[in-house]
Design a protein around this ligand. Structure first.
Ligand code: NAD
Length: 249
């Protein structure tokens, strides 16, 4: 099947976790490129303010990604407001800085519910709308924590490996509808999630700095509009963090 490029101003996209951080930067970039953007989040004040700042093609919708009913209402509203839906940025997530021993079972379940089940619900509920639109693209936010392990981040690592695997399953299931599904894998990016982290976190990277949210947003825009032969694949934005290590020889 041939999948065509989508002009940025033809995108009709729902962005979860769109009120701030990586989702917020992506909402801004895509809205500036002329896309119809639904900012979906639980941070109503921040989300409404961003949508108002981005002009009349941007709308805000309250969406808790763990609630199927919220997803169904958001997709209905986006379809009505934009005349369809052809893209999803499945991006909302939380972090829990706890080891396997320190992470409580309740905290583990909560994180998996948001970071992994939330992504599943997005795929499950949005896929029929994208099929109806004749195809489209879904970008799931994993992490470098979906490519390797990190100590002290047990639930987060598990969730992000799950997102990477689910991306591949969905790419296989949805290709016949002209729907591409890919994952992005950011390394440390300056957002509220990484507040308080020091430069030691990035010191051994080939590019030893935190990334900016707009650097992830630019990758997402490329994947949504131009990457017509990519599906099921992984796109890393990490300053080289997972490239390897320099041996002390
Ligand atoms: P952030 O905290 O700024 O943004 C996360 C957004 O998700 C917030 O707006 C928050 O309100 C929203 N959210 C949380 N729970 C939600 C729920 N139940 N329903 C709907 N929205 C919810 O952090 P960020 O860094 O922009 O994170 C965005 C994504 O990028 C996350 O999936 C995160 O795991 C991933 N990520 C971040 C980094 C980083 O270094 N910042 C690195 C790799 C991956």
């Amino acid at each position: 099947m041939t999948v065509n490029t989508i002009a940025p101003d033809a995108l009709k996209v729902l962005i979860t976790g769109g009120a701030r951080g990586i989702g917020g930067a992506t909402a801004r970039l895509l809205a500036e490129a002329g896309a119809h953007v639904m900012i979906a989040d639980v941070l109503d004040k921040e989300g409404k303010a961003l949508a108002a700042a981005l002009g009349d093609k941007a709308v805000y919708h309250h969406l808790d990604v763990t609630r199927e009913a919220d997803w169904r209402a958001a997709v209905k509203a986006a379809t009505k407001a934009f005349g369809g839906l052809n893209a999803l940025f499945n991006n909302a997530g939380i972090a829990d800085f706890a080891s396997v021993e320190a992470c409580s079972p309740d905290a583990f379940r909560k994180l998996i519910d948001i970071n992994l089940t939330g992504v599943f619900l997005g795929l499950h509920v949005c896929a029929p709308a994208l099929r109806e639109a004749g195809g489209g693209v879904i970008v799931n936010t994993s992490s470098t924590a979906g490519l390797q392990g990190y100590g002290g981040l047990a639930a987060y690592v598990a969730s992000k490996w799950g997102v990477r695997g689910l991306t591949k399953a969905a790419a296989l299931d949805l290709a016949d509808g002209g729907i591409r599904v890919v994952s992005v894998h950011p390394g440390p990016i300056t957002t509220p999630m990484t507040e308080g982290m020091g430069n030691e976190v990035v010191a051994t990277q080939p590019l030893p700095r935190f990334g900016e949210a707009k650097e992830v947003a630019r990758m997402v825009r490329f994947l949504m509009t131009e990457a017509t032969f990519s599906t099921g694949s992984e796109f890393v934005i990490d300053g080289g963090a997972v490239t390897g290590q320099v041996l002390p020889l």
